[in-house]
Design a protein around this ligand. Sequence first.
Ligand SMILES: Cc1cc2nc3c(=O)[nH]c(=O)nc-3n(C[C@H](O)[C@H](O)[C@H](O)COP(=O)(O)OP(=O)(O)OC[C@H]3O[C@@H](n4cnc5c(N)ncnc54)[C@H](O)[C@@H]3O)c2cc1C
Length: 136
Amino acid sequence: MLRAVEALQQRIFANQKIEVVWNSVLKEIVGKDKVKAIKILNLQTNQEDIIECEGVFVFVGFVPNTDFVKNVVSLDKNGYINVDDKMATTAKGIFACGDCRQTYLRQIVTACGDGALAAFSAGQYVADLKGTVYRQ
Ligand SMILES: Cc1cc2nc3c(=O)[nH]c(=O)nc-3n(C[C@H](O)[C@H](O)[C@H](O)COP(=O)(O)OP(=O)(O)OC[C@H]3O[C@@H](n4cnc5c(N)ncnc54)[C@H](O)[C@@H]3O)c2cc1C
């Protein structure tokens, strides 16, 4: 089963140059000075196979780089920073935005929107401290 969005899955299955190898993990990249093949292991049958290729693109998922704030702000179980709708974290005066925060979609456009919100909220926070914040 793939986690990619349906539209991308359909494009993969329709592309005759792509062969999807199910239930398997990469065991070894074979080659000395350059890639010659990969060795894969089928986790259901325990069978190893060699696929000849000239390059490898490794994609292993996401680990948010939030370790340095783990004792400062609240993180979810995957390490993403919890924020409210103003991008405020659980620590006063600290705002988070983009891919590092807990969110439903991680794309450039959402990261930019988050950034605008976080910057505005941070400005409001400082103005609030100075007693100059404008309230509607
Ligand atoms: C393979 C791939 C393909 C993608 N394709 C698309 C696409 O087609 N369309 C789309 O909209 N989105 C795409 N995305 C998602 C998009 O790249 C992200 O949503 C977006 O870049 C998030 O922006 P960001 O500023 O939150 O994080 P990033 O772009 O990851 O920027 C974070 C920056 O912070 C720096 N940093 C990290 N830790 C520290 C630290 N401790 N101190 C200082 N600096 C630090 C990093 O080096 C980096 O420069 C793709 C992502 C990947 C991985």
